[in-house]
Write a protein that binds this ligand. Structure first.
Ligand code: FE2
Length: 436
């Protein structure tokens, strides 16, 4: 069963709703939920368990807990969903014991990257929208909000995104205010093109003016990001999964800071000598730039040059492939570990995986499925098998392996039976190929 909305839904959405007004769509998929609470709970537990292995190492967690409006940093694991809670209701009951009457709120990023099921359902939902609107300039991404809280803990805010909220558990209420209506609360600047939270302790004083959206499981909210918004509690635990359509430009925004950091950060060297220091001879010190500082700066210059002259082009091409294959998502489901090709069976491409490929300027051949890109040396064999798989149908795995003719470039084997096996195994692990 697909999560494509009924015929005509996106056409009228694009004409009357997108970018204009908030809206509640009742039971878009009948009684079915795009993200069932069991799946949301499963990935929350999985994420908390993953996080427990690295908590304390100052990694940025993909999930956060707020108690009242404070972000719990040091012992957030206590408050995250656990397997033994059994459900969000079980988690909420434990939370009530832990925090008493205080508000509690759990948030998780990029949930589509944690579940093939969710990724697939979102893609079914969004394909028709992008056929009408076109693909957004940056990306789409989905997150989750769970808890029992009176107001969104980070306050009344606006985002540079288009927003959908799918209600999974409880009654959800969103308050919205048109952008212009609250500008008197914004201290002296135009914030239309940035994410911004109002400097208000509570929305109590503007509650009266709010547009109110209310929904039950199965309902979907939409609001343009330039509307100010906050959730309002309904005295029960609620869980929503949200889809954000980012409107700011450049899919490279996500990867660029990491790439720059990789190029400019010198390797940590704790044996670097200290610089002799005499406060009375400060001018002498200022005149003599230390060799270590000079060489570290040169390294930054070299790194940035490399990035600009080569790496960035490659990154752009790979990001574009990920984006196209992911239908706007830049983070698809994580590869499954331990995928093994069964030579005695046939394999078939999953059409929704969105297989695309491209010869990169670097001379490599890159292919992407489900928002993940892989680079391999270019070869005729690779190109042929990508074309064959994307043509559809089932292919006997052993026959594909037997047909792989070795190709070399110089001393390097660029295509072979083993390369074919690697490719098929990669596609299996990336949820793009299935045994039939
Ligand atoms: Fe928001």
């Amino acid at each position: 069963m697909s999560f494509r909305p009924p015929e005509g839904f996106w056409k009228s959405f694009a004409q009357d709703v997108w970018g204009r007004q908030p809206r509640v769509f009742k039971k878009v998929f009948g009684e079915r939920l795009l993200a069932p609470p069991e799946e949301l709970f499963r990935i929350s537990v999985e994420e908390a368990e993953e996080f427990s292995k690295v908590a304390g190492a100052r990694v940025r967690p993909a999930c956060q807990v707020f108690i009242d409006s404070g972000n719990i940093v040091s012992d957030s694991l206590r408050y995250m969903p656990r397997r033994e809670d059994g459900s969000f209701e079980g988690w909420a009951a434990r939370m009530r014991k832990l925090v008493g009457p205080r508000d509690f709120f759990f948030h998780m990023d990029s949930i589509q990257s944690r579940s093939s099921q969710l990724f697939e359902s979102y893609r079914q939902f969004t394909e028709g929208m992008f056929e009408q609107l076109g693909l957004p300039p940056w990306k789409i991404d989905s997150d989750m909000f769970a808890g029992d809280y009176r107001e969104t803990p980070f306050g009344v805010h606006k985002d540079v995104t288009g927003n959908f909220a799918f209600i999974a558990v409880g009654t959800k209420r969103m308050l919205l205010w048109p952008y212009e209506s609250l500008l008197h609360l914004v201290p002296g600047r135009d914030v239309r093109d940035i994410d911004f939270a109002l400097p208000l302790r509570t929305f109590a004083e503007i509650r009266e003016q709010a547009i109110v959206l209310e929904g039950e499981p199965g309902d979907v909210f939409y609001w343009p990001g330039h509307f100010w918004h906050s959730a309002e509690g309904t005295d029960s635990v609620s869980v929503t999964n949200n889809l954000a359509v980012y409107l700011t430009p450049s899919p490279l925004v996500d990867t660029l800071p990491g790439l720059v950091a990789e190029k400019v950060n010198p390797p940590i060297d704790q044996t670097q000598p200290f610089i002799p220091y005499d406060p009375a001879r400060r001018q002498e010190l200022a005149d003599a730039i230390p060799e270590g500082l000079r060489s570290a700066t040169q390294q930054v210059v070299r790194g940035l040059r490399e990035l600009v002259e080569g790496g960035l082009e490659r990154e752009m091409e790979l990001t574009w492939l990920r984006y196209v294959s992911g239908g706007g998502f830049l983070q698809g489901p994580r590869p499954a570990s331990g995928a093994v090709l069964d030579e005695n069976r046939s394999v078939r491409l999953v059409p929704q995986a969105g297989l695309v490929w491209r010869r990169l300027a670097s001379g490599e051949l890159a292919f992407a499925v489900n928002g993940q890109a892989t680079c391999l040396p270019e070869s005729r064999g690779l190109l042929e098998v990508l074309q064959r798989l994307s043509g559809g149908g089932a292919h006997r795995a052993r026959a594909l392996l037997d047909e792989a003719r070795e190709e070399r470039r110089g001393d390097t084997v660029v295509w072979s039976r083993e390369r074919m096996r690697e490719l098929l195994t990669t596609l299996l692990s990336q949820h793009a190929l299935v045994h039939v």
